[in-house]
Design a protein around this ligand. Structure first.
Ligand code: GLP
Length: 241
């Protein structure tokens, strides 16, 4: 595992963007696993800038997002599909039909999960999977517990997660209670994983995940089982390393 503690925001996003653009230079048809949350926004902004300057192209790339809320209309301002369109896809040269986000409104959610896994199998493995981490150690929406699920599945969100994400909604009651998420096995199938963590408030959980025991009680700790993980930390998140 390669852990880098970056000096400032510019170095943080530049390092992440270089990894992704380097991959796309070598393999323009790469499959990218993408994440939402506030952490990757700067990286997406940097990639948009590079795309506009002709330094990287997404025209042949395929993307799969990790997760989506259940029950929010696709065009809801806080759906992860809206997030990805507004923060990234609408501003780059990607073919929108090659972008995939689980459908949290599918009539049959179980079928949707199976379909998502089928598509991942077909287009996979993901060449580079971008990840953030939740305050409770979740990746995607794989919440801590006695067990974890391998494939894409429906999950009930923990209070800690709903509370953390309530800042994007009018009130806690408006935060969905369920989500669809890729499972840990699907995530670990990626050829390379790029974990981004920012902020002092994530210092303890990221240290526990990367240096503590491997346990389902901290889903991100399973990343220790992967042979090609790059971790970018800002000064705050890297405080305990
Ligand atoms: C959500 C997403 C995760 C993300 C996490 C952290 O719960 N499902 O994929 O990593 O938030 O978000 P943030 O970067 O805003 O702290």
């Amino acid at each position: 595992m390669n852990i880098f503690i970056l000096r400032d925001e510019e170095q943080f996003v530049q390092t992440g963007a270089s990894l992704i653009s380097g991959l796309l230079h070598t393999n323009p048809r790469a499959t990218l696993g993408l994440a939402t949350g506030s952490t990757p926004i700067g990286l997406y902004a940097k990639l948009i800038e590079m795309n506009k300057q002709g330094l990287v192209s997404f025209s042949q790339a395929t993307t799969y997002n990790l997760d989506e809320y259940v029950g929010l209309p696709e065009n809801h301002p806080e759906s992860y599909r809206t997030f990805m369109n507004e923060k990234f896809f609408n501003h780059i040269d990607i073919q929108i039909e090659r972008t995939h986000v689980p459908n949290g409104n599918a009539a049959n959610l179980e079928e949707e999960c199976l379909n998502y896994d089928r598509m991942l199998e077909e287009h996979g493995p993901v060449d580079l999977q971008l990840l953030g981490i939740g305050h409770n150690g979740h990746i995607g929406f794989n919440e801590p517990g006695e067990s974890l699920t391998g494939g894409t599945h429906l999950v009930e969100l923990q209070e800690k997660t709903r509370t953390a994400n309530a800042r994007f909604f009018p009130s806690l009651d408006d935060v969905p209670t369920h989500a669809i998420t890729m499972g840990v096995a699907s995530i670990l199938k990626a050829r390379q994983i790029l974990l981004l963590v920012r902020g002092e408030d994530k210092a303890e959980i990221v240290h526990r995940a990367l240096k503590g025991p491997i346990t389902t009680e901290c889903p991100a700790s399973l990343l220790q089982c992967h042979s090609n993980v790059v971790v970018l930390l800002d000064q705050g998140a890297g405080r305990l390393f």
